[in-house]
Ligand binder design. Sequence first.
Ligand SMILES: Nc1ncnc2c1ncn2[C@@H]1O[C@H](COP(=O)(O)OP(=O)(O)OP(=O)(O)O)[C@@H](O)[C@H]1O
Length: 249
Amino acid sequence: MSDPLLELDGLTKRFGELTAVDDVTRSIHEDDLTALIGPNGAGKTTIYNLMTGVLSPTSGSVRFMGEDVTDLEPHERVHRGLGRSYQVTNVFEGLSVRRNIRAPIIARSKQRWNLLGSTTEEIESETDRVLDLVGLGDIEDTECSALSYGDKRRVEIGVSLATDPNLVLLDEPTAGMNPTETERMVDLVQNLDAETEQSFFMTEHDIEIIFSIASRILVLDRGAVIADGTPEEIRQNERVQSAYLGGEA
Ligand SMILES: Nc1ncnc2c1ncn2[C@@H]1O[C@H](COP(=O)(O)OP(=O)(O)OP(=O)(O)O)[C@@H](O)[C@H]1O
C-alpha cells in the first residue's frame, strides 16, 4: 500500500464533558475514495474540522504527507495540498463562476505555489481545465448568485480543485440536495476520482450514496471508529448493522 496521505493519531476532541471524537487513529491512502459515515452526532463534522484545522484537538495529532500539521491554520494546510469544501456554500455570490475558480489560481501563481506559471495564458488555461473538470464551462459567465444550490456546490468543489490539492476533503457534498442534484454530485465525485490525480475523502450521512462510490468506509459511532473496510465488509458487519444501519438498511 502507498504511504498514507493523512494520518490521525490518537485524535480526541472534547467539548466540556462531551467527547465528540474519541482517540481515533486511522490513515487515509491515495488509492482509496474514503468515506466517513455515522449517525447524527457521531462526530463526523468534528473529525472533518480537525482534519482541516478549523478545530484544534484536545489531544492527538494530524499528519499530512508526513508532516505534522496539527498546529497549522486551515489556509496553511491548503497550501500544503489539503483541499476542502464546506457543507454550506462558500462562493463569492457577486462574481461569475469563472472568476470564483480563477481566484485561487491567481493566488497560486502570485505565490509561485504548486509550480503554476504566471502568464495570463497559463492562468486562463488552468481555469479552463478546472471549469471543464467540474462541468461548469457552459455557465462560466453566470454570476454565482443566479446559480442553483447544486451548481454552487460544484463551483465550490472547483474552487478547491483550483488550489491543486493532493487530497480533497468534502463535507457531506450532497447535503440539502434534491434527488437530481444528488445524482449529479455523485457522478461528479466519481468522475473526479477516476479522472484526476487527486484523492478524495468525504463525510456523508446517506449510507446508500457511500456504498455506491466509496472504496473504503469508516464508520463512526459516538466519536469512535467502530468499523473500517470495503463497502461489502461494512454491509456485513454486525456491529455496524446494530449501531448504525438498524431500520435504515
Ligand atoms: N462546538 C461545539 N460545542 C459543543 N458540542 C459540540 C460542538 N460541535 C459539536 N458538538 C457535539 O459533538 C457531537 C458530535 O457532533 P458532530 O457535529 O461532529 O456530529 P456529526 O456526526 O457531524 O453529526 P451530523 O450528522 O448531525 O452533522 C454532538 O454531540 C454535538 O452536539
